[in-house]
Design a protein around this ligand. Structure first.
Ligand code: BES
Ligand code: MG
Ligand code: ZN
Length: 460
């Protein structure tokens, strides 16, 4: 999708506008999107509306759109936004909506519906340079978000850990200041990463520990560390998931896909910060060598972990990743993103990811930052009260809680055991936003959230 400003169209364009009618009206040369109560439109709702422009265009096979800048005046929520900020928000939403995952569909004769060109007319002359650069920036953001979605959407058979390594190398190729290193079984053994190795030992695919380092900041400046769960398929292991619950588990590496493309994005935008991103990539498979309920794993931290459920594998691989980034990089902030618990969907439904941090102020701050960029999150606590849940009779810690309650908190509490108390850290359980829902106006599958939040966090 290409954006143009204040030109006259060279081809036939469909004119899109909002008005206060009740319905959507489409004719040969116009799409009118009815917004009943524009005063009440929140930022979240506005994003959905911007996406609905593209989704409506798809439905009517309109590929060239013209939108008058004044049509956004209808929305009071945008009043405090500069033209450049508006452009960025609208453009990214449109790019996300224009994405579809068609790699595994044999293409129909007339192709998949896609919007090729969007022309904004009536952009105030004084804002032109700022709007232009905002659009250029948005295109990069949209590209990386959509690339992460493609990684996440790819079936487990075609995205084993080594393919993820390859994807990380491809993403980083030719980008200044961005370096990738891959650790295989041998290197992980040497580092004592018994937790990720335990999870991956039942798979025919070798586990991979992927490290991306971007140096855009001052030499010696402590980096922000992004940590992603990269379970390329989660069968549940010997504690096998039922078929219904297993469906969708090729997306259990969404956190990994996000951090790979978030650091790539930050690098492409020439962010003046040092950043590292690591992905603990493994397949949680059923095999002759699968780890068992009752096994005790010794991770890189030295802690002994009793595996009371092989399906609580994400926290295991992350425990080694969290230990690694602290030892190797002493980051000023760690953000991990993981499709960690089904309980997160029970708690919040499918409209927001869950934030967990020992530092409540940090959690709320991140919540607000997410709101500003369109990534909705909501916090849950990590109080000491929950600690006894993870006690083990035979090892230092159990990988699941004693009760069925507070599953997302238990996941966070487990991770917290591997993070130094003084280390600023936040865990984002993105299971609720792993897959899009009807009202999102996005293609089925991955959403790309919360990449804009990650970008904001590494930039500030
Ligand atoms: N990958 C799943 C969590 C998940 C479920 C993500 C649904 C997205 C949608 C995770 O590895 C898992 O299986 N968690 C278990 C934990 C339990 C065994 C303590 C769960 O949520 O049931
Ligand atoms: Mg699992
Ligand atoms: Zn999982």
């Amino acid at each position: 999708m290409k954006f143009h400003i204040n030109q006259s169209p060279t081809k036939k364009h469909i004119e899109v506008s909002f008005d206060s009618k009740e319905t959507l009206r489409v004719s040969d040369d116009t799409i009118r999107i009815g917004v009943q109560d524009a005063k009440k439109v929140s930022m979240k709702k506005f994003s959905r509306l911007a996406r609905s422009i593209v989704r409506t265009a798809h439905a009517h096979r309109a590929s060239h759109l013209t939108i008058d800048w004044d049509s956004f005046k209808l929305f009071p929520i945008l009043a405090s936004f500069s033209d450049a900020e508006r452009a960025e928000r609208i453009a990214i939403e449109m790019l996300l909506a224009n994405y579809s995952f068609t790699a595994y569909k044999t293409t129909p004769k007339n192709g998949w519906p896609t919007v090729k060109e969007v022309l904004f007319t009536g952009v105030p002359q004084k804002s032109l340079p700022a709007v232009k650069s905002a659009l250029a920036r948005s295109v990069i953001i949209g590209e990386e978000m959509n690339a992460a979605r493609t990684l996440a959407n790819t079936p487990g058979s075609d995205m084993p850990p080594k393919k993820m390594s390859l994807a990380a190398q491809k993403a980083a190729q030719g980008i200044a200041g961005l370096k990738v290193s891959i650790l295989g079984t041998k290197e992980m053994k040497r580092l004592g990463m018994g937790a990720i190795l335990g999870v991956g030992q039942g798979s025919v695919h070798e586990s991979q520990f992927i490290v991306l380092e971007y140096s855009g900041g001052k030499k010696g400046e402590k980096p922000v560390a992004l940590v992603g769960k990269g379970i390329t398929y989660d069968t549940g292991g010997l504690g096998l998931k039922p078929a219904d619950a297993m469906m969708g588990m090729h997306m259990d590496m969404t956190g990994g896909a996000l951090v790979i493309h978030a650091i790539t994005l930050a690098a492409r935008l020439k962010t003046k910060r040092n950043i590292v991103a690591v992905v603990a990539a493994a397949e949680n498979a059923v095999g002759k060598e699968s780890y068992r309920m009752g096994d005790i794993l010794k991770g890189m931290s030295g802690k002994m972990i009793e595996v009371r459920h092989t399906d609580a594998e994400g926290r295991l691989v992350l425990s080694d990743a969290l230990t690694y980034v602290q030892k190797k990089f002493s980051p000023k902030l760690i953000i991990d993103v993981a499709t960690l618990t089904g309980a997160a969907l029970v708690a919040l439904g499918q409209s927001a990811s869950i934030l967990l941090s020992r530092d409540e102020k940090l959690a709320w701050d991140i919540h607000m930052k997410g709101n500003a960029v369109g990534d909705c999150t909501w916090p849950l606590p990590l109080w000491d009260d929950f600690k006894p849940e993870l006690e083990s009779k035979v090892a230092d810690i159990s990988n699941i809680g004693k009760t069925r309650y507070g599953g997302t908190i238990n996941g966070g509490m487990f991770l917290a055991e591997f993070v130094d108390e003084k280390q600023p850290w936040v865990h984002i359980d993105i299971a609720p936003r792993m897959e899009s829902v009807e009202g999102d106006h996005l293609a089925d599958g991955a959403t790309g959230e919360p990449m804009r939040l990650l970008l904001k966090m590494v930039q500030e």
